[in-house]
Write a protein that binds this ligand. Structure first.
Ligand code: 6PG
Length: 236
C-alpha cells in the first residue's frame, strides 16, 4: 500500500524482508540511472541494523560496482575497525564482498574524534554533491543519522560533530539536514514495532524531529514494514 504525504511517498510492505527487497530494487534502479546519465553512482549509506538485509541482498545483484562511490550518513566515534562502526556493518554486509574499489569507499574518519572528522568529511563532500542516493533509518526517538531531537547544530555546517548523542556512543559525526537533503533520490528504511511511535510523530510533522526538516527536491521514498506502520496506512 502506498500513500502520498507532501514530499514523501510512504509504502507499507508486509515484512522486513519485503522492505529490504524493495529497497534493493530502488537502489539498483537509481544506480542504473546515475551511471547511464553521469557515469557514476554516489550513495550515502545508513547505519544501524535495519539496512543490513538490504545491503546483503545488494551484494547478490549485478551492478557496475567500479562506478559506485560510497559515503556514510553518520559514524560513531569508535576505532576504525570496531564492530559497532556503521562502516564496519556496511563492509561486512556489502562493501568487502563486491568489486567497489577501496578508494571509492569514503568512510568518515570518526576515529579521529568528532570535531576533526566533521571538518575533514565536510571537505571530502565539497565536490560530491548532490548525491545520487541517500539512505536513512529512523530511531525509536525519531532521530535519523546522528541528528537527534532537541539537539541544535550550526546551520552553516555541512557535517556536524555530536558529543551528547542519546544513543551510544555519545560522540558521533553526522551529515547535516541540508546535506542529507541534497540528493536525487532519498530512501528511508524503517521496520519494527519499536519505530511506530516515531513514525506517527514523523507523519504528524513534529517540528522537534530533524527528519521532518529533511525536504529534498527529489522524490523521497519511505519504506515501512507493517509493524512500523502500526497496521493500515492512513491514505492521503
Ligand atoms: C546509528 C544510525 C542510526 C540508525 C537508527 C536506526 O548510528 O545508529 O546511524 O541513525 O539509522 O538509530 O537504527 P536501527 O536500524 O538499528 O534500528
Amino acid at each position: 500500500m502506498t500513500g502520498m504525504r507532501r514530499h514523501l511517498r510512504w509504502t507499507v510492505l508486509d515484512t522486513p524482508g519485503d522492505v529490504a527487497q524493495r529497497a534493493c530494487e530502488l537502489i539498483s534502479a537509481a544506480a542504473a540511472r546515475a551511471i547511464a546519465d553521469r557515469g557514476a553512482f554516489s550513495i550515502v549509506l545508513a547505519g544501524g541494523s535495519t539496512p543490513r538485509r538490504c545491503y546483503e541482498m545488494l551484494r547478490d545483484t549485478a551492478q557496475d560496482w567500479p562506478r559506485w562511490q560510497v559515503f556514510f550518513g553518520d559514524e560513531r566515534c569508535l576505532p576504525a575497525d570496531h564492530p559497532d562502526r556503521n562502516s564496519m556493518m556496511a563492509r561486512d554486509a556489502l562493501l568487502d564482498r563486491v568489486a567497489i574499489p577501496k578508494a571509492h569507499v569514503h568512510a568518515i574518519p570518526a576515529e579521529q574524534g568528532a570535531a576533526g572528522a566533521a571538518r575533514t568529511y565536510a571537505r571530502t563532500l565539497e565536490t560530491v554533491r548532490p548525491f545520487d542516493m541517500v539512505i536513512l533509518g529512523l530511531g525509536e526517538d525519531g532521530h535519523t543519522a546522528s541528528l537527534f531531537p532537541g539537539h541544535a547544530h550550526a546551520a552553516e555546517e555541512a557535517v556536524h560533530a555530536v558529543f551528547d548523542a542519546p544513543k551510544p556512543p555519545p560522540e558521533r559525526v553526522t551529515l547535516a539536514v541540508s546535506t542529507l537533503a541534497d540528493c536525487r533520490n532519498l530512501l528511508f528504511i524503517v521496520t519494527g514495532a519499536s519505530k511506530y511511535v516515531a513514525v506517527r510523530a514523523w507523519q504528524r510533522g513534529e517540528p522537534a524531529l530533524p527528519i521532518v526538516a529533511i525536504k529534498p527536491q527529489c522524490r523521497a521514498e519511505v519504506l515501512l514494514d507493517s509493524s512500523a506502520a502500526g497496521g493500515a496506512m492512513e491514505s492521503g
